[in-house]
Design a protein around this ligand. Structure first.
Ligand code: ATP
Length: 602
């Protein structure tokens, strides 16, 4: 059989397997358990509901028989029963919808919060492995599958077998011969259902992947809008997006076709079975083996039996499709957390000796080591500058000092204590990081500054802004410190953002300062404002600067020159300027050279 390729066999094996259940139920069990009373209520309602459905079949048959026999006493009794059944159904429909919706939303809310928290504790290397659009799609897409997996989908998977068994027993008690004839379609229904189920699952999995790709594209579009516009990529992006949405449309259409065929087929099977049972039943009635009422009960029961039979495979397929989405969520939870609890701000510690980088080895990818046996010291209270060509590893050293990544071997010590033995929150509370380009959150200027010290007084915050030379600018904004920043608010220039970052660092008042000097040149006035703000910030702190413009670091206590992960020179500007890579770097920067020469003369 050619069509039964290895991949197909694997696909069928996965479709029939319940192995994935374990993983997903292990993830969801605690959430379900949290709302156990709701589940208990739903299972009780489900069982009563099956009883009520069967009772309706019984009710109709009995009404007919009582009417034929002119038994009005019994009809009155049956009327009361009928009314009670209807009232129960109305009430239970309401209660069911309410209980199911609240428990599902509660579970989704809890899972959402835990997923968010888990992602916040993942290591930078794990986070960088996936596109941010993919991370987003776990929230916007995958998590909603919870409904199908532990909501109505799961309850239907419980309901159907019970319903089938109960209806079958009831049918047999009326007429086993008629039951066997009616059931002859069952194997066909099961096989057809299974095939359609597999098709639905396959298509559904691709739909989830396509949605994830679409989210990635949208994310890239919004983050890269400037690049898109400056390279006039609008048309190209639109074409790519159009293709992706058309692919999604085709897949949804295919799903609709499979589902339509499946439901129509199920309907045909159910109708044919109904007709066959009715005709055979009529014959049995004419023979006097069953009453007309029993026939009515019987055909109703056949319906109750066949629809779950044909529907079961569809449910199974939908279930598996949702499981595929949740599997992606499980994979996120399977990634090791870097901390048991979410780090929170700790009191700032003081440092006396400084940072000692001892024989560290580090690589992002196993096959290309970046640092091998690298050692140097960063004395407390001194200014150290990292210089070197692009890709030398300067930013990576910042990442290692802040423990965004862990060293593979060797250690980085703070006051003699390896940082990987320190509470990461304590370590990071001791460091102010001023990046090249500061991220501003949606919110006011005040909120953006106070992320560094939420309890700081307004006066202290204003003082920090003054020291960062940004207060005047903030006051010129329409609502001063209450002006909205971020995507929907005021946009700041590079120099202004940098001074906001400096104000944040001043407010945080940490003993270690990691400063990634902006690469883009600022105009001379702004540069002066930034420089004087930085002077104030660096005072009394153990400072490490990644220097892109060498003119700024001539007064550094030590300069470390890196090349391809190796420390090639170390010393002061005066010691290093006449030789080696440092000299080459100075020569490469004509502007810097001139400015240094001028100062040398002075
Ligand atoms: N997240 C990452 N995953 C894999 N490799 C990385 C990652 N970040 C940096 N690298 C690689 O590590 C090396 C050092 O990069 P790093 O950013 O530390 O250099 P740098 O000296 O700061 O350069 P620049 O001055 O251009 O910022 C480079 O080869 C870079 O490609």
């Amino acid at each position: 059989m050619n069509w039964l390729t290895v991949e197909r066999k694997e696909e069928i094996r996965q479709y029939l397997s319940v192995k994935n259940f374990k993983k997903i139920f292990r993830l969801l069990a605690p959430y379900v358990w949290r709302y156990k009373m709701s589940y208990l209520a739903m299972i009780v309602m489900l069982l009563i509901g099956i009883g009520v459905t069967l009772a309706f079949a019984w009710f109709m048959g009995n009404v007919i028989d009582a009417a034929i026999n002119g038994n009005f006493e019994r009809l009155r009794f049956l009327l009361i029963i009928g009314l009670l059944l209807v009232i129960y159904q109305i009430v239970s429909n309401f209660v069911w919808t309410y209980v199911e919706t609240t428990s599902m939303n509660n579970i989704k809310k809890d899972l959402n919060q835990d997923l968010y928290a888990h992602i916040l504790t993942l290591s930078s290397s794990d986070l960088n492995k996936d596109h941010s659009g993919k991370w987003m799609s776990h929230f916007t897409n995958d998590i909603h599958s919870v409904n199908a997996v532990v909501g109505s989908g799961l309850l239907n998977l419980i309901r159907f077998p019970i319903m089938i068994t109960a209806a079958l027993i009831y049918l047999m008690s009326i007429s086993w011969k008629l039951s066997l004839i009616s059931l002859s379609v069952a194997p066909l229904a099961i096989v057809a259902g299974a095939v359609f189920g597999l098709l639905l699952k396959r298509n559904g999995t691709i739909i989830h992947e396509t949605i994830s790709e679409l989210t990635k594209k949208l994310n890239d579009t919004f983050h890269g809008m400037t690049v898109i516009k400056s390279f006039t990529l609008e048309n190209l992006f639109h074409n790519q997006y159009r293709k992706q949405t058309e692919d999604l449309y085709r897949l949804e259409l295919k799903e609709a076709k499979i589902q339509g065929t499946f439901y129509a087929g199920g309907q045909a099977v159910a109708s044919l079975t109904f007709l066959a049972s009715l005709l055979m039943g009529a014959f049995f009635v004419s023979q006097g083996s069953i009453t007309a009422g029993m026939l009515l009960t019987f055909v109703n029961l056949v319906n109750l039996l066949v629809s779950p039979l044909t529907g079961f495979a569809g449910q199974w397929a939908g279930y598996q499709r949702s499981m595929t989405a949740l599997e992606r969520v499980v994979k996120v939870f399977d990634q090791t957390k870097t901390a048991e609890e979410l780090p929170f701000r700790k009191d700032v510690i003081q440092i006396s000796q400084g940072i000692d980088v001892k024989n560290i080895h580090f690589s992002y990818q196993e096959y290309s080591p970046l640092f091998q046996d690298l050692s140097f010291k960063l004395p407390a209270g001194q200014v150290t500058a990292f210089v070197g060509p692009s890709g030398a590893g300067k930013s990576t050293l910042f990442q290692l000092i802040m423990r965004f990544y862990e060293v593979n071997d060797g250690s980085i010590e703070l006051d003699g204590k390896p940082i990987n033995e320190m509470d990461v929150a304590v370590l990071r509370s001791a460091i102010s990081y001023v990046p090249q380009d500061t991220f501003l959150f949606s919110g006011s200027v005040e909120e953006n500054l106070k992320i560094a010290a939420p309890n700081a007084t307004f006066e202290k915050m204003v003082q920090a802004a003054r020291d960062a030379n940004i207060h005047e600018f903030i006051m010129s904004l329409p609502e001063g410190y209450q002006t909205e920043l971020g995507e929907r608010g005021v946009r700041l220039s590079g120099g202004q953002r940098q001074r906001i970052a400096i104000a944040r660092a001043l407010l945080k008042d940490a003993p270690i300062l990691l400063l990634d000097e902006a690469t883009s040149a600022l105009d001379s006035e702004t540069e002066m404002l930034v420089k004087s703000a930085l002077q104030r910030l660096m005072k009394g702190r153990t400072t490490i600067i990644i220097a892109h413009r060498l003119s700024t670091i001539q007064h550094a206590d030590q300069i470390l020159v890196f090349k391809e992960g190796q420390l090639v020179q170390a010393g002061t500007h005066a010691e290093l300027k006449r030789e080696g890579l440092y000299k080459e770097l100075i020569q490469a920067d004509q502007f810097t050279q001139r400015s240094i020469q001028r100062q040398d003369v002075i």
